[in-house]
Design a protein around this ligand. Structure first.
Ligand code: ZN
Length: 146
């Protein structure tokens, strides 16, 4: 059921620090970042260490580690930090994330919210457990006003 637009979860090994787990693949006798390896496999281009592989989806990290080549692009460290700070559009708009948090607060199930927004359960789960969109402020008191 995985189409070209869906995220492809990494089913291999994970490495990295506990709070920053990354998908790894053993290639050419060394551990390679899974999506870097996928890039080289698909586009036949061996990347310089200074080139980062960025995700157009927001699922590059644990627990999904998306390795869909259609979701990957090359970038620099500067691009990456720009993504992290002031480009929530990289994933979901802040308003959507806040709305999802509100629904979670109200006790809506993750499956129902996923269906409502056309997102995967994984995405909703990542928001619920604060693995994703940590950079968006949480309102005091735990509820969200529009
Ligand atoms: Zn993806």
């Amino acid at each position: 059921m995985r189409g070209p637009q869906d995220c492809w979860p990494w089913l291999g090994t994970w490495g990295g620090r506990k709070r920053d787990r990354r998908p790894y693949y053993m290639a050419r006798g060394r551990r390679t970042m899974a999506y870097r390896w996928v890039w080289e496999l698909v586009y036949g281009e061996v990347l310089d260490e200074s080139v980062l592989i960025l995700h157009s989806c927001d699922n590059g990290g644990w627990p999904i580690g998306c390795t869909n080549p259609n979701h990957l692009r090359k970038g620099t460290v500067q691009d990456n930090s720009a993504n992290m700070t002031d480009r929530p559009r990289h994933g979901l708009p802040a308003s959507v994330v806040q709305a999802i948090r509100k629904l979670l607060d109200q006790g809506e199930t993750q499956a129902e919210i996923a269906r409502l927004y056309g997102l995967t359960r994984e995405t909703i789960s990542a928001i619920a457990t604060k693995r994703a969109y940590k950079h968006l402020p949480y309102p005091a008191g735990g509820s969200v006003d529009e």
